[in-house]
Design a binder for this molecule. Structure first.
Ligand SMILES: [Zn+2]
Length: 152
C-alpha cells in the first residue's frame, strides 16, 4: 500500500472524513509538542519499543529507542535504570526541542534537551505507525465531536 505524503515534509497524511482537513504527522507533532516536557512513562507491552512517553500536553508516543549524541560526552542513561523511580526522574528532565522526520528512512525523532546538571541533546526515535495511530485516534475523536456539535 502506498502512503499519501505531504508536500512540505514528505510525511504521512491522515484524513478521517471528507469534512475534516487532512493532517500531516509532522505538523501535528509540532503542534502537540510545542512547549511540552515528559511527565510520565508507560512501560512496554512487547520488546518492539522502549515504552511510551507521556507529554505534559497529554500526547503519548511510543519510543523505539533513546539516542544520546556521543560528541557531547553525555551522562549515564538513567532512563534505562532498573528502578522505575529513577527512570521517571530522568525522563521528567526531558524538555521538548524539535521534530526530525527522515522521509527516505521513514524515521521519526523527537529531540529533547536532557537537563542533568548541564543541557544534553537527546533524540527519541518514535514508532511511526504508533504515532500515526495516535493522530488517527485524535482525528477520529474530533470528527465525532464535529458530528455531535452538528457542524457536519
Ligand atoms: Zn508533513
Amino acid at each position: 500500500m502506498t502512503e499519501e505524503l505531504c508536500h512540505e515534509h514528505q510525511c504521512p497524511i491522515v484524513k478521517v472524513s471528507t469534512n475534516r482537513s487532512a493532517r500531516c504527522l509532522v505538523e501535528w507533532l509540532l503542534d502537540r509538542c510545542q512547549g511540552s516536557r515528559v511527565v510520565d512513562f508507560i512501560p512496554p507491552v512487547d520488546d518492539e519499543i522502549v515504552g511510551e512517553i507521556v507529554f505534559s500536553t497529554g500526547l503519548v508516543l511510543p519510543v523505539v529507542r533513546i539516542l544520546r549524541l556521543a560528541s557531547v560526552n553525555p551522562p549515564k542513561p538513567l532512563w534505562k535504570h532498573k528502578s522505575l523511580d529513577v527512570r521517571l526522574d530522568a525522563l521528567s528532565r526531558f524538555i521538548y526541542d524539535g521534530i526530525h522526520w527522515m522521509p527516505r528512512e521513514r524515521k521519526l525523532y523527537v529531540q529533547f534537551v536532557y537537563k542533568y546538571g548541564h543541557d544534553y541533546p537527546v533524540m527519541a526515535e518514535i514508532d511511526v505507525d504508533g504515532a500515526l495511530n495516535e493522530l488517527l485516534g485524535e482525528e477520529a475523536d474530533a470528527s465525532v465531536e464535529d458530528f455531535l456539535n452538528g457542524s457536519v
